[in-house]
Design a binder for this molecule. Structure first.
Ligand code: AR6
Length: 174
């Protein structure tokens, strides 16, 4: 499923983020940036120790912010580490923080001069964000940033299961 926003293509695919041949993949990290489970664990396993070594120099990352490191052994040149909100009930700033993760990651990619970036479903695993709502926020914010004008040509959402893929596809169609 894909859709063009301005000169940029946004797409949703079912797959493994760590295998993507893009300029940067985005990690759904935690504030320590020192690794964890889920997609974070998969990125560190596939990318090797260079990513953790680079993360140690970054002093963590606040929720809603983003920082970058090398991609190590990954096909992607960079990993952009962002920290999504832990979902409580939706009234504790979760939507704004989730939107900010996407905005900060895209801005960082633009500052690095990148043309392609791939996101996972940030906050949709351990952090418990209801997937349809997270998908609408993620796609809405990406659209917003791209329509402001951007050097980025491809934004790919790489979803690990059919239900998550379906939610992101639906949000792209809306
Ligand atoms: N490719 C694409 N998506 C994946 C992959 C993969 N290889 N592996 C898992 N997912 P989560 P969060 C999906 O829990 O909710 C970590 O411990 C997964 O099915 O990775 O933001 C961090 O260190 C789900 O749909 O991230 C933090 O402590 C989505 O990625 C915490 O988890 C996100 O799930 C962050 O939690």
């Amino acid at each position: 499923m894909w859709r063009d926003f301005g000169a940029c293509r946004a797409e949703a695919v079912l797959g493994d983020l760590t295998l993507q041949r893009v300029d940067a993949i985005v990690n759904a990290a935690n504030t320590t940036l020192l690794g964890g489970g889920g997609v974070d664990g998969a990125i560190h396993r596939a990318g090797g120790p260079a990513i953790l070594a680079a993360c140690r120099l970054l002093n963590g990352c606040e929720t809603g912010d983003a920082k970058f490191t090398t991609g190590g052994n990954l096909p992607a040149r960079y990993v952009i580490h962002t920290v999504g909100p832990i979902y409580r009930d939706g009234t504790h700033g979760e939507p704004e923080l989730l939107a900010r993760c996407h905005r900060r990651s895209l801005r960082l990619a633009q500052e690095l001069g990148l043309k392609s970036i791939a996101f996972p479903a940030i906050s949709c695993g351990v952090y418990g964000y209801p997937v349809p709502a997270a998908a609408r926020i993620a796609i809405g914010e990406v659209r917003h940033v791209l329509e402001e004008g951007s050097s980025i040509e491809i934004v790919r959402f790489v979803l690990f299961s059919q239900d998550v893929y379906d939610s992101y596809s639906r949000a792209l169609e809306e």
